[in-house]
Design a protein around this ligand. Sequence first.
Ligand code: DGL
Length: 263
Amino acid sequence: MINQEYIGVLDSGVGGLSVLSELKSQMDSANFIYFGDTKNMPYGTKTTEEIFEYTKNILNFFLEKNVKNVVFACNTTSAVAYDRLKIEFNNKLNIFPLIQSVASCAIDGLKDDDCVAIMATKATINSKKYEEEIKKYNEKIKVIGIDCTGFVEIVENRLYQEQSSLDLIEEKLKIAKENNAKRIVLGCTHYPYLLDILKKKFQQVEYFNPAQALAKKVKNSIDLTKCNQGEMEFFVSKNPDEFKLSAKTFFDIKKDVQCINLK
Ligand code: DGL
């Protein structure tokens, strides 16, 4: 659309839709382009260099689509690729990284000796980004990381009822229980899809979904005057129909999801 700008939202798959749904509810009239890199999913088990390259390709695609603001609706990308991409796309794109934008809210109301558990992908946990960002606001708080490799595949392939999925979720929650976690941060945007199961298995803990805090930050930071026709476009790099099915928890996508190969 001539002169209309879009807000780009990216993730490896359907996870970022848990953020897009919050962005949409806080900024209903904004134009959004979503890209789910389903061909390269999951990001969490890839190398830093691979994640950097995948994300860079998406950012170049966004530039062609008249995107000025990009939301990294992906913790893994925010953890391992944001610092370099911010420099590389400086002056071209304004990027909102997830972890860095929500770290203070993630520990809101917690006391010095409380424990906060970060459930996230291997790459996010290994980066220690949550810990680093949280400690800027409270260096005494105890932060533990739980590598939840396998959760993304449960969500992308809708394996919610499989015994092996339930066992894996149980095993990961056990670590939070053993550490007396007061709060669990859903440190991967795919994990809000698992919230009902998580709550059923471990109720005595608070769950923090960063989407709301991130959306608020975006809303308060950007000028929507050139970006306000309520347009929504969805792109993936593989299996658009599977994407639509898995997306249903957060988005009933009525229009076509376009499939494109970035490189
Ligand atoms: N949903 C993304 C995140 O928040 C990526 C998950 C993955 O592809 O491993 O980290």
